[in-house]
Design a protein around this ligand. Sequence first.
Ligand code: CAA
Length: 259
Amino acid sequence: MSYETLLLDRRDRVATITVNRPDALNALNRTVLEDLAAVAAELAVDDSLDVVILTGAGRAFVAGADIKAMIDYSADEAAAFSALGHRAFDAIAALPTPVIGAINGFALGGGLELALACDLLYGSTHARMGLPEVSLSVIPGWGGTQRLGRVVGWHKARELVLTGKHIKSDEALACGLLLDVFEPDALIEQVNAIADAISKNGPLAVRAAKRAMAAGSSFGLRDAMEAESRAFGGLFGTADQREGMTAFVERRPATFTRS
Ligand code: CAA
């Protein structure tokens, strides 16, 4: 499918979604949110996919919710806009494959919240990240008050939410928001290399590992451990599990068949 505000590229088992409103620094209006939910629905049923990369066109990843679109919203309209963003970001977060955010520039407000729906975040030296909503006298409305603390810890999250400051790539790396930082021209190539490293693993196992870790962030520890045991057990008896372990014992690379 094609999308008004997104580009979708495919290379082998890796799909790349690019938010494409560069003149507005990729700010998120209803159309972009609806397109994100639709592309997630399309990719969610593609069993041949191993990794999704999410990035932005031009000098921004995403500079937040579209302030010009929101300015006259009533309380009800704003609550509906928040719910639409939750649906879109939850659909990205719930993709069965890992999602890598490639933070090429500004990832502010709703842009950082979209990034936080990804499983792994890498950035370029141009990355500028933050939750500046309080400077507009609103709060992060698309998961930022919840997901940021789960990634960087609640103390750092409180600093970013309450000051609204923008941080550069070195500070984002130091606090664990970014896993690594690359030169701008190298970002997409490096992120594709990480996607390829994930893709070499047993695809059923990668998907099960993602499900088990997602369960851990929404369940209590005991329920999450049980979910992990079920996911672990569910991989035994698959051809790929036997092949992965046999290949190790026979000291040869594994050939996975997704079965
Ligand atoms: N919404 C709408 N338009 C935006 C935008 C946004 N969030 N961010 C940038 N733009 C537009 C600008 O209005 C400008 O458009 P025009 O050329 O038509 O005037 C264009 O993108 C380029 O932006 P700037 O000229 O401002 O570029 P800059 O380099 O001087 O500054 C910036 C870049 C620091 C990112 C600045 O644009 C900025 O601060 N943007 C807003 C960031 C922000 O506050 N985001 C949070 C939004 S609220 C939110 O996200 C709520 C939520 O959780 C649901």
